[in-house]
Design a protein. Structure first.
Length: 650
């Protein structure tokens, strides 16, 4: 019996040293047949070098030729087990993940369980962040040589089965570090926080896509620094940023605030969206390397010796009460309900790849107990949920006054002078935060505060004059004053005659440039049915006073070009009759598309719908447009121009 055991051990050792591995095939098999190069040669070179003309086979059944392979990753490229990118000649669904041209092979060398990226991407898919980029495991072979367990997924790019963006100027970008970027990466540094942001994919020219993205992103940083939540909502999908924030805090991702931070816009007019999620091998309390487990609880709140591991943008956002409340809601609604699903995912995937993880560890001479590491990860996530349950149910926003936190007295004075203070309880300790970094103030069982009795005194804002809301506590005398910015402008939009009473759009803006909600004023109209000049009166109310009267134009209804007929050195135009609230028509024609050399012909009767234009150049193309007009007491009121139509002269 002893001899038999010794013989079996000798055979197993021989296979291992020979490059063969004995393990169950839970993961799929991916075989590479390389064209004039080896993985060893690829690994020893630059990750940017592309090798073409290779062949891959999945499960010994599906073969794809003309495959390009290259290295990928930032710090992960430096380790013995390398990650790769596979690019096919055309889209194909060879792994059951949906059709795509580009696949990523994640080595997961920094994660001995192999589960962290899958768990994070699965969580992101449940939270609806970006797109579902959950992948699957493959055992990689070079010919017959086993190269380890890899996680294959699609690349974060624009596509039907990736990020399904449709605008011709859609762009995906990534906040990263300059030292991790390639020489051909197109990137800019942000205006306020100096963060490098590079293009990852664009439906248009990359420089153009990055330019329109950065125009919006620089405003996002500006408004975040100014704590202007209303302006932030105008340019950013705040729900997606709150979800991304929750995901990074949940995974405790050391890279989550400064590297692999993806964002996208589906064209120039779209909001900025956070996501897709990416890069989680150094998350979920990983102990493989010392920098991945710094002991910090809330990455964006607390300072760290690794200054680059905190995000200035998110640290500014989380100081805004409305954003903090949104984060709390997204945790409760978008993450917490999936706690059992996430734990079940870990259990099933850990069982699925247990033998493959052991084989990978043996190949790279790494010693650990697979089940013990998987259980450690599971327990960490259970504890993390427990921690976040407390974190997102115990925030207290402080009014001006005095508070006792354990043995420490916290005096909060004028919030406008010192920035907003608030307390966050992690279950045992309280942290006091200002507009910059958090300051630990000690353990406490409860917060003792004065029972303030506040009364507000309002001085109404007027036209070009600021007002105030002063809040004073009748007991302790502490007070705060908030400015109500006065009315700076009232803008009225022009409208087009419809036959009914028109109500032009009214926009009232204060001296800070913020739009004042319509609930703060009432609007009355005069002469707003027929073509001509209407009068709009805006009367302020609530915390505002004053009246502003403005005029706007009720334009005549437009027409269209019914027919353009070319002739010798002339053309005849026929327009659609528009007889209600019009006097006649105005025709413009030009040889230049921008109409800069235009000439104008006026038809003085709305019953005359045809006119021949003569004296033109033969063989020349002219651009023609038309509009209606109505003459009232010596003044003409014009409709909008029709779309230009070309006509080539005989």
């Amino acid at each position: 019996m002893k001899l038999k055991k010794h013989l079996l051990l000798t055979i197993f050792t021989f296979f291992l040293l020979s490059g063969f591995t004995v393990h169950a095939n839970a993961a799929e098999k991916l075989s590479l047949s390389l064209n004039g190069v080896t993985l060893s040669e690829i690994n020893s070179g630059s990750k940017e070098t592309k090798y073409e003309g290779n062949t891959l086979t999945v499960n010994d059944t599906t073969t794809v030729t003309d495959v390009e392979i290259k290295g990928r990753g930032n710090s992960t490229w430096k380790y013995i087990k390398k990650p790769y990118q596979l690019k096919l000649a055309k889209k194909s669904d060879i792994f059951g993940l949906g059709k795509t041209k580009t696949y990523i092979l994640l080595a997961n060398y920094l994660d001995i369980t192999g589960l962290r990226n899958d768990t994070a991407l699965y969580t992101a898919s449940k939270m609806n962040i970006g797109f579902s980029n959950v992948g699957k495991w493959v055992n990689l072979y070079e010919g017959e040589d086993y190269k380890g367990l890899y996680y294959v997924c699609k690349k974060n790019k624009i596509g039907d089965t990736e990020l399904n963006l449709t605008d011709e100027k859609a762009v995906i970008v990534c906040m990263d570090e300059e030292y991790d970027m390639s020489s051909d990466d197109v990137y800019q540094k942000s205006a306020y926080f100096n963060r490098p942001i590079c293009v990852k994919d664009a439906a248009c020219d990359e420089e153009e896509g990055l330019s329109h993205f950065m125009a919006s992103y620089n405003l996002l940083e500006k408004y975040a620094r100014e704590k202007d939540y209303e302006k932030i909502k105008e340019i950013a999908d705040v729900e997606s940023f709150a979800k991304y924030y929750v995901l990074q805090e949940f995974t405790k991702n050391i890279d989550g605030w400064h590297k692999s931070v993806y964002m996208y816009k589906d064209g120039e007019e779209d909001l900025i969206h956070a996501g897709p999620a990416w890069d989680y091998d150094c998350s979920f309390g990983s102990e493989e390397h010392s920098w991945t487990n710094e002991g910090r609880d809330v990455l964006s709140y607390n300072n760290s010796t690794w200054n680059w591991s905190t995000s200035t943008l998110y640290r500014e956002l989380v100081q805004i009460p409305e954003f903090r409340e949104l984060v709390r809601r997204e945790y409760q609604e978008s993450l917490k309900p999936y706690e059992e699903d996430i734990l079940a995912r870990i259990d099933t995937q850990a069982t699925l790849i247990a033998d493959d993880v052991s084989a990978d560890a043996a190949l790279y001479t790494r010693k650990f107990k697979v089940k013990a590491e998987n259980e450690k990860l599971r327990v960490w996530i259970v504890n993390r949920f427990s921690y976040m349950d407390k974190l997102y149910s115990s925030e207290v926003t402080l009014e001006p006054g005095s508070y006792e936190v354990g043995d420490t007295v916290v005096n909060v004075t004028d919030a406008e002078d010192l920035g907003e203070y608030y307390l966050t309880n992690d279950g045992s300790s309280y942290y006091l935060f200002t507009g910059e970094l958090g300051e630990y103030v000690g353990s406490a069982a409860e917060i003792k505060e004065h029972a303030h009795t506040f009364k507000s005194t309002v001085t109404k804002a007027g036209i070009h004059k600021n007002g105030t809301v002063k809040t004073t506590c009748s007991k302790c005398g502490c007070s705060s004053t908030k400015t109500i910015y006065g009315v700076a402008s009232v803008n009225i939009s022009n409208v087009t005659y419809t036959g009914s009473v028109n109500k032009p759009k009214v926009t009232v803006t204060d001296k800070k440039g913020t739009t004042i909600p319509a609930s703060n004023y009432k609007v009355s109209y005069k002469n707003n049915r027929n073509v001509g000049t209407a009068t709009v009166t805006v009367t302020m109310k609530g915390n505002y006073s004053g009246t502003v009267s403005k005029t706007c134009i009720v334009r005549p209804k437009g027409t269209s070009i019914a027919k353009l007929t070319p002739a010798a050195k002339a053309f005849t135009i026929k327009v659609k009759a528009q007889k209600v609230q019009t006097t006649g028509y105005q025709i413009q024609y030009a040889t230049k598309a921008d109409m800069s050399d235009r000439k104008t012909v006026t038809i003085n009767k709305n019953t005359v719908t045809s006119r021949k234009i003569t004296g033109l150049k033969s063989g020349k193309t002219y651009y023609v447009r038309v509009r209606t007009y109505k003459r009232i007491r010596g003044k003409n009121y014009y409709s909008v121009w029709t779309t230009k139509k070309p006509v080539k002269i005989k």
